[in-house]
Each structure stands twice: as structure tokens, then as C-alpha cells.
Design a binder for this molecule. Structure first.
Ligand code: NAD
Ligand code: UD1
Length: 339
């Protein structure tokens, strides 16, 4: 059997996709990016070029374009797909549900159909810890019941269900469902990182934009949760560790299966602990005020990361300090992101 070499990376110009591109290249794979740049800057591609002195292979197009995807899979002799493409803003998903169902669910169906049409049955899918809802136990194992409080979360659950059904019908598929906890940080080079459009929804980009002076102060959403200091607790994972998790998952593509795997550190960190860690790493003050809870937020969420260790020999290695140092390097070298 041909070994896995050429990988189609949908959404490969995005935050997690671009970091995964780097780790794939470094591990000797040939990644081919398929992205419609609906939430990515073309500047990312220049940065990847700078990093490797090698022009990335990029197909500008949409995962819903079945004939383009089929043509790409065949022409580039793709051996597996890593599927990042989709939308991820929780608030927007509630306001524009059809946009999310169309791209996240419909787009994944189109992609899977294209793969099936050309006889390729190996896929790694980006799911999220959001499919666990408000956790009934901590740390959260993969067997935890699945539910969702947002349209975004529902789309992730629906694609997971679609993948399980595809595998039930055809046991030749090899499917890894990776459930990410909270990805943060940036590549050590400072060349690529997270560049959200508009006001960031997530904690880490808001902290770093406050530290650089783009935002006046951080709003801490509630300090009356049932957690040690009252602020929300999450499992932040360095995006480079997360990217390496995808490379590790490729080793599971040799045999048929359909397996959900948590990618997290297993450690919970509070908002206040993150602010303190960021101030220590950057030497900058992060002014903040405590405000009301954000609707839909949960108190605490962190992974049981045992399965990833047992199946893939993968562990998150980077500390909270590394996450803050690397975010700050990216933010201070690129105060306006890719622009
Ligand atoms: P991102 O928005 O930076 O990357 C997504 C990429 O997909 C973008 O480059 C965008 O241009 C592209 N894209 C969107 N729709 C497309 C389409 N129809 N055809 C082709 N390309 C399209 O997001 P990210 O943070 O890198 O997340 C990647 C994946 O991981 C997403 O599926 C997201 O839901 C999932 N995820 C992210 C997080 C997180 O906190 N970042 C957490 C859990 C899961
Ligand atoms: C959010 C999404 C989740 C998604 C995840 C991706 C919501 C309700 N949930 O989760 O579906 O999978 O991002 O990483 O949007 N916080 C502040 N001030 C801020 C921003 C955040 O105090 O300005 C707090 C939050 O209350 C939370 C923690 O920081 O306790 C982390 O928030 P965030 O980065 O948005 O991630 P999640 O809430 O875990």
C-alpha cells in the first residue's frame, strides 16, 4: 500500500490550518491548501513561503465545489484530507444559522462526497470541546454525552454524526474526529498567528490586543463561578501542539476506524491566571474589569487527554508561559496582524 504523503488541507490558510501546514512540512508531508480566503489573509501564504523558502501549493476555492475538490484530489494524488474549513463564531452562528449549516454541514457533506467519488477514505476532522456542552464531569472523557448550546456547536455535532454514519455504512473509511479545547499561541518564528477580524470574541487575542494598546481594557466575564478564583476555567492548548496532534493522527490513518480524540492539555486555567501569566511573559499591564457573565458560558472545561496519549503517543508539551510568550511575539511583531 502507498504510504501517506500528499495531504489536502481544507482551510489551510486559517489560524490552525496554517500552523498545521508548518508541522506537516516539517514532518516530510506535502500539504496542499484549499481555502476560499473567506476568513484568512493572503498574507499567510507569503509568510509560509518565507518560512520554508518554498512556495506553498494553494488552491483558491470552496469545499462546496465538488468538481474542484475531486480534480484537486486526483491531480495532487492526495492520500488523506485534514478538514479545517468552516465558520467558527458562536454569536454569528446564532444570528446567521443558515450560513453555518450551509458551509459547516453542507460543505462537509460535499467534501466527503467528492472524496468518496474519487475513492479516498481518510479524513481528520476539526471538532470542538463545545460538543460536550456544560460538562457533567471533569476532566472530560470522549465518552461524555454530546450536546450543544449554539448553532456552531450543532454544526460540529452534525458533522460528527455524518462521519459516524459514513463509517457505519462503509468500514473502509479511516476517520479521526479531533475535539480541540482552547487553541492559543503562535508559531515560534512570529511569522504566523491568530488574526481575528474585528473585535476578538476569544480571551487570548483580546488580552494580547489590550497589552499592545489596541483595546482599552479586557472585560472579565464574571467572577462568581464555582471555580477557585470565580472566573471561567479552560484548557488552553498551544496551537503548535495542536498542529502536531494532526501529524500524529495521520499515523492512525493506516487502518479503518472512526474515533473521537480530545486534544487538550488536561489542565484548567482561570481567566485571572491567564492575565497574570500574560503580564509576566510580556512585561505589559493588561487592564481589566469584572463584568457580568457572558450568556452561554460555562464555569469550567478541561480535557481527559488519556486517549490521545495512548492511541497517538501525543502529549501537549508547551506551557502556559510558552503560549503567552509566543502570542506576545506574534502580536508585538505584527501589531495589526497580517495587514
Ligand atoms: P479559521 O477561520 O482561522 O480557519 C478556517 C479557514 O477555512 C479560513 O482560512 C477560511 O478562509 C476557510 N474557509 C471557510 N469556509 C470555507 C469554504 N467554504 N471553503 C474553503 N475554505 C473555507 O479558523 P481556525 O481557528 O483555524 O479553525 C479551524 C477549524 O477548527 C474550524 O473548523 C473550527 O470550527 C475548528 N475549531 C476551532 C477552534 C478555535 O478555537 N480556533 C476550536 C475548536 C474547533
Ligand atoms: C468559545 C466558544 C466555544 C468555542 C471556543 C473556541 C462561546 C460561548 N464559546 O469558548 O464554542 O469552541 O470559543 O475556542 O463563545 N473571557 C473573558 N473575556 C473575554 C473573552 C473571554 O472573560 O473578552 C472568558 C470567558 O468567559 C471564558 C474564557 O475567558 O471563561 C475563555 O473564553 P473564550 O476564549 O471565548 O473560549 P470559550 O468560552 O471556551
Amino acid at each position: 500500500m502507498r504510504s501517506i504523503k500528499n495531504i489536502l488541507v481544507t482551510g489551510g490558510a486559517g489560524y490552525i490550518g496554517s500552523h498545521t501546514y508548518v508541522e506537516l512540512k516539517e514532518a516530510g508531508y506535502t500539504p496542499i491548501i484549499l481555502d476560499n480566503f473567506s476568513n484568512a489573509s493572503r498574507g499567510v501564504i507569503d509568510r509560509l513561503n518565507t518560512l520554508f523558502q518554498d512556495k506553498p501549493m494553494v488552491i483558491e476555492g470552496d469545499i462546496r465545489d465538488t468538481s474542484l475538490v475531486e480534480k484537486t484530489l486526483v491531480e495532487h494524488q492526495c492520500d488523506a484530507v485534514i478538514h479545517f474549513a468552516g465558520f467558527k463564531a458562536v454569536g454569528e452562528s446564532m444570528a446567521k444559522p443558515l450560513k453555518y449549516f450551509e458551509v459547516n454541514v453542507g460543505g462537509s457533506e460535499r467534501l466527503l462526497s467528492a472524496m468518496k467519488n474519487v475513492g479516498l477514505r481518510k479524513i481528520i476532522f476539526s471538532s470542538s470541546a463545545t460538543v460536550y456542552g456544560d460538562p457533567q464531569e471533569l476532566p472530560i472523557p470522549e465518552a461524555h454525552p454530546l450536546t450543544s448550546a449554539s448553532v456552531y456547536g450543532q454544526t460540529k455535532l452534525m458533522v460528527e454524526e455524518m462521519l459516524r454514519a459514513v463509517y457505519a455504512a462503509d468500514r473502509e473509511w479511516s476517520i479521526c474526529i479531533l475535539r480541540y479545547f482552547n487553541p492559543v499561541g503562535a508559531h515560534l518564528s512570529g511569522l504566523i498567528g491568530e488574526d481575528p477580524t474585528g473585535v476578538p470574541n476569544n480571551l487570548m487575542p483580546f488580552i494580547s490586543q489590550t497589552a499592545i494598546g489596541r483595546r482599552e481594557k479586557l472585560s472579565v466575564f464574571g467572577n462568581d463561578y464555582d471555580t477557585p478564583d470565580g472566573t471561567g476555567v479552560r484548557d488552553y492548548i498551544h496551537v503548535v501542539d495542536l498542529a502536531k496532534g494532526h501529524v500524529a493522527a495521520l499515523d492512525l490513518m493506516a487502518t479503518p476506524h472512526c474515533t473521537p480524540i480530545n486534544l487538550g492539555t488536561g489542565n484548567g486555567i482561570s481567566v485571572i491566571e491567564m492575565i497574570n501569566a500574560f503580564e509576566a511573559a510580556s512585561g505589559k499591564k493588561v487592564p481589566y474589569e469584572i463584568v457580568d457573565r457572558r450568556p452561554g458560558d460555562i464555569a469550567a472545561c478541561y480535557a481527559d487527554a488519556t486517549r490521545a496519549r495512548e492511541l497517538m503517543d501525543w502529549n501537549a508539551e508547551r506551557s502556559i508561559h510558552d503560549m503567552c510568550i509566543d502570542t506576545w511575539r506574534w502580536q508585538s511583531q505584527n501589531p495589526d496582524g497580517y495587514n
